[in-house]
Design a protein around this ligand. Structure first.
Ligand code: PGA
Length: 255
């Protein structure tokens, strides 16, 4: 498992709290930091906890910049299922981040290739990502880097796999409405973050978590490529840790 730090927690709420504490710690240490943000079901609880800290403990994001991992191709920013809308509802609309410093790829850009290089350049110009949060797909994807994504991949247009489309259909009226492509940071973009925090909750993620931590580093399991980074913290709840070996569990820290 290389030097990936593994934190075992009981359930989703504990996972969300521990993750929010790691983020809050970084925001306090460096108020003008660059956050790498994610969407999906997993980070919702962490965002709720950060909002609570903002409201009750004065945690401020006023000097922070953010870059999201991905956006669906073809959805304009105002679309109810766009990741811009998600971020507005689950985080940006409830904290004090400056709107002009929140970055999400434009899935409705005329020239998507140009949008991808613009996004990479904007991350570089901001000084790189200080702390990146990730979820993990049941197929081991991170961002929308599906199996087969190379370690050197940068922000690009990706094709979503049938399993990802099916997993994300719960956010849409029907599976046919789920876009089949996305703009996603690449594996190399993600590995460029100074600190990475990956969250996994629920039994459906157990196999992917095992493959990520105990398997070989392979593009077949994109999350396993995180093993080459030297500052990754993986926070896993009990159901998501259920397939890990006794050796891995023995090396983990319990929160
Ligand atoms: P989820 O998605 O948080 O909705 O489970 C995670 C992912 O696909 O990376």
């Amino acid at each position: 498992m290389s030097n990936v730090k593994l934190l075992l927690v009981e359930g989703y709420q504990e996972m969300s709290k521990v993750a929010a504490q790691l983020f809050a710690q970084e925001v306090k240490r460096k108020p003008d930091l660059v956050l790498g943000l994610a969407t999906g079901g997993t980070p919702v609880g962490m965002y709720e906890e950060l909002i609570r800290m903002h409201r009750t403990e004065g945690l401020s994001f006023s000097q922070a910049t953010s870059f999201n991992l991905d956006e669906y191709v073809g959805l304009e920013a105002q679309h109810p299922q766009s990741y811009r809308t998600y971020m507005q509802e689950h985080l940006f609309g409830q904290i004090d981040m400056a709107a002009e410093r929140t970055n999400i790829p434009r899935g409705d850009a005329q020239d998507l290739e140009q949008e991808c290089s613009r996004y990479e350049q904007a991350i570089a110009e901001a000084g790189g990502i200080d702390i990146q949060v990730l979820g993990i797909g049941t197929n081991g994807h991170i961002g929308f880097n599906e199996p087969g994504s190379s370690a050197s991949s940068k922000t690009r247009v990706v094709q979503l796999t049938p399993s990802t489309i099916e997993a994300n259909a719960r956010f849409f009226e029907s599976v046919e409405e789920v876009p089949t492509q996305a703009v996603s940071m690449g594996i190399a973009t993600i590995l460029g973050a100074k600190k990475i925090v990956l969250l996994a909750s629920g039994e459906a993620k157990a196999q992917a978590v095992r493959d990520m931590l105990e398997g070989e580093m392979t593009p077949d399991v994109p999350a396993s490529l995180l093993q080459m980074h030297d500052d990754v913290t993986v926070i896993v709840d009990a159901p998501a840790a259920s397939l890990l070996s006794a050796v891995t569990i023995g090396r983990a820290k319990t929160e």
